[in-house]
Design a protein around this ligand. Structure first.
Ligand SMILES: NC(=O)c1ccc[n+]([C@@H]2O[C@H](COP(=O)([O-])OP(=O)(O)OC[C@H]3O[C@@H](n4cnc5c(N)ncnc54)[C@H](OP(=O)(O)O)[C@@H]3O)[C@@H](O)[C@H]2O)c1
Length: 281
């Protein structure tokens, strides 16, 4: 898999298969409370220098993201904003939801629009809707989320004409998604890692703690750096301004090949995502 350890920074971008560029480190707002908490978190992230924000219709905080973005005064072209479809993958519903997302975000295009969950085998109509939104200039890139290799092979790729630019999936030290990442790489689909910090469930792991001590960094910083060094677009979430800053302070050290190998050995396909829609595979 790609190695990207040299010269990384908060400005580092990955080129997508449609020619657009996506910042390697992004800020996610799943479960960040709509209103003050989300506005403060996004403002702290933008002040820290993140330019990539990942939200979703179902997080119910697009309006708070929009308010913080508007208040920041950062030029639109310097930001990369992702949002996602409703779970109901019906073309009219997607169009209506997409328009609502744009309005709540106070923007006239999104950088990346994703099918949030593959809740059906009939994905072609939804994908065509995303393709149309892109043709209309209302989103720059389109992609998918929570897609497995069988989902791509059996239900999706045989029925569509354009590849997604990204597949956003759970990915962290304890669930490295090696097969899926190899598959996506072979197709030119970028992988975005969600829950890179295991939703804080494994921050006490002794091996990661030891490596963090060796680097004089925190466990979350090592977990983020581990993915960035492999070129995986990484979406870390926090509601705490201190953690938001800490999670972006990952560019003044690098993990050695030996430390990377010790982290590689921790994979156990552990899932923190405990909700899967009916019919998910
Ligand atoms: N496509 C999908 O289906 C999907 C699913 C899940 C997530 N996502 C995206 O991926 C993003 C990240 O994933 P996630 O939200 O599941 O979880 P995560 O980023 O793995 O973990 C977030 C948790 O880690 C804690 N944390 C963050 N930084 C920390 C630090 N430096 N020290 C200690 N604790 C820290 C946070 O608490 P504090 O707030 O206290 O810092 C929070 O409890 C989401 O926000 C969302 O944008 C997408």
């Amino acid at each position: 898999m790609a190695s990207m350890e040299d010269g990384l920074s908060l400005e580092t971008c990955v080129q997508l298969n449609d020619g657009n560029r996506i910042p390697l480190l992004g800020f996610g707002v799943f479960e960040v409370q709509p209103g003050g908490e989300c506005e403060r978190a996004v403002s702290a992230a933008l002040e820290t220098g993140y330019r990539h924000i990942d939200t979703a219709l179902v997080y119910r905080n697009e309006a708070s993201v929009g308010a913080a973005v508007a208040q920041s005064g950062i030029p639109r072209e310097d930001l990369f904003i992702t949002t996602k479809t409703p779970f109901e993958l019906v073309p009219d519903r997607i169009r209506e939801a997409f328009q609502g997302s744009l309005e709540r975000l106070q923007i006239d295009y999104v950088d990346l629009y994703l099918i949030h969950w593959p809740v059906t085998d009939e994905l072609a109509p939804a994908w065509e809707t995303l393709q149309d939104l892109r043709s209309e200039g209302r989103c720059r890139s389109i992609g998918v989320s929570n897609f497995t290799v069988p989902r791509f092979d059996n239900a999706f790729l045989p029925r569509v004409s354009t590849l997604p630019a990204v597949n956003q999936v759970e990915c962290h030290v304890f669930n490295q998604q090696c097969e899926l990442r190899r598959y996506c790489e072979s197709k030119g689909i970028a992988v975005e890692a969600y829950s890179p910090l295991t939703r804080a469930r494994r921050l006490d792991d002794p091996t990661v703690r030891r490596i963090a001590a060796e680097c004089e960094k925190s466990v979350p910083q090592v977990m983020i750096r581990y993915l960035l060094q492999q070129g995986v677009v990484t979406l870390a979430r926090s509601a705490s301004p201190d953690h938001i800053r800490q999670n972006a302070d990952v560019f003044d050290f690098s993990l050695t090949p030996e430390q990377m190998r010790r982290l590689d050995a921790l994979n156990e396909d552990m899932e923190v995502q405990d909700w899967h829609p009916k019919g998910f595979y």
